[in-house]
Write a protein that binds this ligand. Structure first.
Ligand SMILES: [Zn+2]
Length: 543
C-alpha cells in the first residue's frame, strides 16, 4: 500500500519535528524490541489447515524463510482471552474462570467489556508484577500489560492514553488517514451488502444491518486502525507492542471456526501482518523480534437453545433442579428493566462510561443481540447462574467462600449426577474435600480417574487435568461449573453461537507460537505463564 507508506512517512516527519522541539527522546538504537501479534481464536489445527490451503500466504512464507519457527502451545483453562493475557503479560496463574463470572466476596459480576472490571482485575491480580508491555503499546487487548499507549484495550477503554499534545497531532495524521481509508472500504462493503441483499433478500436481512455494522466496524476499521497505529509505533521504536486482531474470533463465533467467512477474516489479518512486516524491514536498526500467537482456539458447537426448545440454561436449571415446586414462580419478564435501573445507578455514582466505553457497549450489546442472546444471568432463592459461553457457573450465594460437594449434596442430593445427565450438558465440575470432581454422563470421577471416563483416549490428558485443577482452584469459579463441551449432542454453547471457547476440546486448548528462530524456547509451551519470562526479557534490555 504505497499510500499508507506516504502517510506514515509524513507522520514520521511530524515525529521528528516533535523530537526537535525536545518534547520526546529519539528511540535508543541497538536495543531489542518486542512485537506480539495475536490472532484471537485461531487454533493449531485451523492454522495448519490455513497454511496448507494457502489461506495465510504471508505466515506460510514467513515460516519457509528459515528465520521463524512454529511451536505448539497449550493455553490452559478456561481457554479464553483474559485468562491467557493476564498469564502471559504478568506470569501469574489468574483467578479468571471465564469471560463473565461472579465474585462472591465483592458480591458483583465481573464482565470484561464493562468499564472498570478489567482494570480492577488487572490491578488486583497483577499487583507488584512487572508487565511485559511497560511503557509500550497494547491494542485491542483486555489488559494493558503496563502499556502507556492503549487503544480499545478493555482496562483503559474509558481514557485512551498517550502523552503530549504534539504526539496527539502526530497520531492525528494516522487517524485521519485511517478514517479516510475506512470510509472508502466501508462504502465498498456497503455496496456489496446491498447487492447481496438484492440477490438474497431473506438470507442477508435475517442477519440484519446491525450485523453488517459490526462486521464493518471490526473487520475494516479496527484492523486498519490497529495496523496503522502499530506501524507508527514501529517507526517510532516503541519498546514493546501487543496487537490483538479480533476479526477471526468474531466471525468464527458467528459462523463456525472453519466457515469461509472466518477464513476470509484470517486472510485479511494475514495481509495486515504482512504490512507490519514490511515496516519492520524498513527499520532494521530497531531490532524488533516478531511473535505471532493465538490465545485459544474455537470448537464448532450447537447453541443450547436449539436443544432445549428455546429455554436458556439458566431457566432450565431453576425449573428442573433449583426451584422447589412450592415456590416456583413465573419467569421474570427479561432483565431489561433491571439493566436500565443498573445503568441509572451507575450514572448516579459517576461510574458512567466514557465515549469509547459506550461504543464498545454498543458493539457488545448489539453483537449479543445479533447472535440472538442477551447476557445470561439469573438469580433466585440465593442461587445465581451465569452463563459465559460453553460454560455456565452456579453460585450458592449465602456462603461467601466456595462450597464443595459435601455442602451441596446436603441440600441437593445427587445433583452432580443428574446435571451431568441432562440434555446439552457435557460435564460438571465441583470442588470436594478430596480435590475437584468431574461428573460425566451421570457418574463421578476424580481427576486421576478421567482417563477411564470423560477424557478417555486424550493424548493431552495431563494438560486437561492441569487445566481442570487450575480452574477449580480459582475462588471465582462457580460452586458448580457446567460445561456443554463434549455433550452427547456434540459441543454445546449456552449462549447463541456456533463457534465457542473456554472449554477442554483439543481445538480450544491447543494453539501456536511463531517465534524468531534465534530465540531459545522450551517447546511445546504448556501454559501461557511460560511466555512471561520470554517476553519480560525485552524489558530488561538497556533502555
Ligand atoms: Zn471469542
Amino acid at each position: 500500500m504505497p499510500l499508507d507508506d506516504l502517510v506514515l512517512r509524513l507522520q514520521s516527519l511530524v515525529d521528528r519535528l516533535v523530537r526537535r522541539l525536545r518534547l520526546g527522546p529519539a528511540p535508543v538504537p541497538g536495543r531489542r524490541r518486542l512485537l506480539i501479534v495475536q490472532i484471537d481464536g485461531l487454533s493449531w489445527s485451523v492454522l495448519e489447515e490455513a497454511l496448507a490451503d494457502g489461506r495465510a500466504p504471508f505466515l506460510r512464507w514467513l515460516l519457509t524463510q528459515g528465520r521463524h519457527r512454529l511451536a505448539p502451545m497449550s493455553v490452559g483453562l478456561p481457554s479464553s482471552t483474559p485468562a491467557f493475557q493476564l498469564a502471559a503479560m504478568y506470569g501469574v496463574r489468574p483467578d479468571i474462570p471465564g469471560f463473565h463470572y461472579y465474585d462472591k466476596r465483592r458480591r458483583t459480576d465481573v464482565y470484561f467489556p464493562r468499564g472498570g472490571d478489567a482494570t480492577r482485575v488487572e490491578t488486583t491480580q497483577a499487583a507488584g508484577r512487572h508487565g511485559i508491555l511497560h511503557a509500550g503499546g497494547a491494542y485491542g487487548c483486555v489488559f494493558t500489560g503496563g502499556a502507556t499507549s492503549n487503544l480499545l484495550t478493555f482496562a483503559r477503554i474509558s481514557r485512551p492514553s498517550g502523552a503530549g499534545a504534539l504526539r496527539a497531532v502526530s497520531r492525528f495524521v494516522v487517524l485521519g488517514w485511517v478514517a479516510l481509508k475506512g470510509c472508502i472500504i466501508s462504502a465498498i462493503e456497503l455496496t456489496r451488502a446491498v447487492l447481496r441483499l438484492i440477490a438474497d433478500p431473506v438470507g442477508e436481512s435475517a442477519r440484519g444491518w446491525r450485523w453488517l455494522a459490526i462486521k464493518i466496524g471490526i473487520s475494516v476499521w479496527l484492523r486498519e486502525l490497529f495496523t496503522m497505529v502499530v506501524a507508527r509505533d514501529l517507526y517510532a521504536g516503541v519498546g514493546a507492542i501487543w496487537v490483538n486482531y479480533l476479526d477471526y474470533d468474531v466471525f468464527a463465533h458467528a459462523y463456525g471456526p472453519r466457515h469461509r467467512r472466518a477464513f476470509r477474516a484470517l486472510r485479511r489479518i494475514d495481509r495486515s501482518i504482512h504490512q507490519l512486516w514490511r515496516v519492520l524491514r524498513r527499520v532494521p536498526e530497531h531490532r524488533y523480534d516478531l511473535y505471532v500467537l493465538s490465545d485459544h482456539g474455537q470448537a464448532a458447537c450447537t447453541p443450547y437453545l436449539d436443544l432445549s426448545g428455546g429455554r436458556p440454561i439458566e431457566q432450565a436449571l431453576f425449573e428442573d433442579f433449583f426451584d422447589p415446586p412450592s415456590v416456583r414462580e413465573r419467569p421474570e419478564p427479561g432483565g431489561r428493566g433491571r439493566r436500565l435501573a443498573h445503568g441509572i445507578a451507575a450514572y448516579r455514582t459517576r461510574r458512567a462510561p466514557g465515549l469509547f466505553q459506550r461504543f464498545v457497549n454498543y458493539l457488545e450489546q448489539d453483537f449479543a443481540l445479533v447472535l440472538g442472546g442477551v447476557r445470561h444471568v439469573r438469580e433466585r432463592h440465593g442461587i445465581r447462574v451465569v452463563s459465559a459461553g460453553p460454560n455456565a457457573f452456579v453460585y450458592f450465594l449465602e456462603p461467601r467462600a466456595p462450597v464443595g460437594i459435601e455442602w451441596i449434596e446436603q441440600r441437593f442430593p445427587s445433583l452432580g449426577e443428574e446435571l451431568s445427565r441432562s440434555r446439552g450438558v457435557g460435564f460438571v465440575l465441583v470442588r470436594s474435600e478430596a480435590g475437584p470432581l468431574c461428573f460425566w454422563r451421570g457418574k463421578r470421577y476424580r481427576l486421576d480417574e478421567l482417563h477411564t471416563g470423560p477424557f478417555a483416549g486424550r493424548q493431552d490428558l495431563p494438560r486437561v487435568v492441569e487445566g481442570l485443577r487450575d480452574l477449580m482452584a480459582m475462588t471465582s469459579a462457580g460452586d458448580l461449573v457446567i460445561y456443554g463441551t463434549d455433550a452427547p449432542q456434540g459441543h454445546v454453547s449456552f449462549v447463541s453461537e456456533v463457534g465457542a471457547h473456554a472449554g477442554t476440546s483439543p481445538e480450544e486448548l491447543h494453539t501456536f507460537l511463531i517465534h524468531p528462530q534465534a530465540v531459545e524456547l522450551r517447546a511445546p509451551i504448556g501454559h501461557p505463564v511460560e511466555l512471561y519470562p520470554l517476553f519480560v526479557r525485552y524489558q530488561r534490555e538497556p533502555a
